[in-house]
Design a protein around this ligand. Structure first.
Ligand SMILES: [Zn+2]
Length: 86
């Protein structure tokens, strides 16, 4: 992958450039609550980086629920899924 892109924008099919304009910078972040017992490193655009900072992780995951569901399904074996978060 030569060019980093925001994983939330990608999954939610948001136009990252439109959302951020020329100030778009990709930031590496770590999510602590989305996966049971482990952290997840993700890349976020400026908009989503600020949103994560302002809302906190729990509210950010609720705000971007389709992203949360996608990550949850991707990384959690069926038997370990905890649907109360979503
Ligand atoms: Zn984004």
């Amino acid at each position: 992958m030569s060019k980093l892109e925001c994983e939330v924008c990608k999954i939610l099919k948001i136009d990252s450039h439109l959302l951020n304009g020329n100030r778009n910078v990709i930031h590496k972040n770590t999510l602590y609550k989305i996966l049971k017992g482990k952290t997840l490193d993700i890349y976020l655009c400026t908009f989503h980086d600020i949103e994560l900072f302002q809302l906190g992780e729990s509210n950010f995951l609720k705000q971007n629920i389709e992203f949360s569901k996608y990550i949850h399904k991707k990384f959690t074996p069926k038997k370990d899924r905890f649907d109360d978060l979503l």
